[in-house]
Design a protein around this ligand. Structure first.
Ligand code: SF4
Length: 373
């Protein structure tokens, strides 16, 4: 049994506990899933379309230092030409090693970083147009859950004010009594008590704080949630509870998620589609089942091969070999070629582009194209 399967069992156990504590849930997850499947269209239209986005950071030394020391400008291409679509009500997970650009993509999708190139369309509207006028109402439908529940909640504010902030900013409800009632209902949705509204963040555990972050994200009635490693700072048992809670809320509210994670076990259980990123680019994009059953790209295979399998104790495992190259000076051609067992001369000079395969998977690799791997 692999760690992915064991984590799945833990999720199932956690789901039962979460269902028992979520006071506002009137429909079981199984019923909600059946209802969602029955009512969902066969091919949901994309809610979010990302077209060739790039993000370049200028990390040069100060101008005077560059002049005196004769240093050139340094540009860091954190994201370089990423495109994907997320159908309504589904989850796309982006996975990859630290520094691959997945969190930068997440921040561009909610407008925290402007794009250096390309555009992000939400319901057909460029999100760069959503900061003024009627676009503000649509922007409130895009929310983000951050990795660190300790840093993302203002320690000096009561929970009531933290969760009420987006309601007040977007003027969704008028009157303190109505706002308090809404906050208490949101706390119920995430399995916390109404009385918790009067507490401060330091009075909660890590898992409870992440529930508060989810309640705050839900306060503006979003349709699209960007979740940037929302469980990586939590214990494994608490991770399962929070992931199950997020899945229940998604099914109940028909939410669309972009889920960022470096944990393939988590990705396996939350996603409908998976994008594997390496040094700022997507190297493989496929439905979850396809990607886990038949990984194509050598980097994806390397990541999956490194997952320990509890039934193969004693069998040698293939660790993820090599180091991620310096993104300030990436290798030419395919940036994975210094670590790739299938690299040839073409790989060292020509950058592969994503090509669509017969089963819908997309992969950027010369060896796949040439039938060598
Ligand atoms: Fe390896 Fe070449 Fe494919 Fe890159 S393009 S992953 S170097 S085989």
């Amino acid at each position: 049994m692999s760690l992915i399967d064991r984590f799945g069992e833990q999720l199932d156990r956690g789901r039962a506990e979460t269902t028992a504590t979520a006071t506002a849930t009137t429909t079981s997850p199984a019923q909600a899933q059946a209802q969602a499947q029955a009512s969902a269209p066969a091919t949901p239209a994309p809610l979010v379309v990302v077209e060739d986005i790039a993000k370049v950071f200028d990390v040069s030394a100060p101008w005077l230092n560059r002049v005196l020391e004769g240093k050139p400008r340094s540009l860091l291409r954190a994201v370089d030409g990423v495109s994907f679509e997320i159908p309504q009500g589904q989850t796309l997970a982006l996975v990859g090693e630290s520094g691959c650009g997945k969190s930068t993509v997440a921040r561009m999708l909610v407008g925290l970083y402007p794009t250096s190139r390309g555009r992000v369309l939400y319901k057909g509207t460029d999100i760069s147009q959503l900061s003024t006028g009627s676009g503000r109402a649509m922007r409130s439908q895009l929310q983000m859950i951050f990795q660190d529940p300790y840093a993302s909640l203002n320690p000096r504010w009561k929970v009531l004010d933290i969760i009420a902030e987006p309601i007040r900013v977007h003027r969704l409800i008028q009157g303190q009594a109505a706002i308090t009632e809404r906050v208490e209902a949101l706390l119920g949705q995430v399995g916390l008590a109404a009385a918790d509204a009067q507490k401060y963040p330091h009075q909660f555990s890590g898992g409870q704080r992440q529930r508060l972050s989810i309640a705050r994200a839900l306060a503006s009635q979003p349709q699209f949630l960007v979740c940037d490693e929302p469980t990586s700072a939590l214990d494994v048992s608490v991770q399962a509870q929070v992931l199950n809670l997020m899945r229940e809320i998604q099914q109940r509210e028909s939410l669309t998620y972009l889920f960022i994670s470096h944990n393939l076990a988590v990705v396996h259980h939350v996603s409908d589609h998976v994008g594997v990123m390496y040094l700022g680019r997507i190297v493989e994009l496929a439905p979850k089942r396809t990607l886990f059953a038949m990984p194509r790209h050598p980097y994806t295979r390397m990541l999956l091969d490194a997952i320990p399998d509890m039934q193969m104790t004693g069998k040698s495992r293939t660790p993820v070999a090599g180091e991620v190259p310096n993104p300030l000076n990436p290798p030419p051609g395919c940036t994975f070629h210094p670590r790739c067992p299938h690299a040839n001369d073409r790989c060292k000079s020509e950058r592969p582009v994503l090509m669509r395969l017969a089963d819908g998977a997309q992969v950027a690799c010369h060896a796949i194209e040439e039938g060598r791997a």
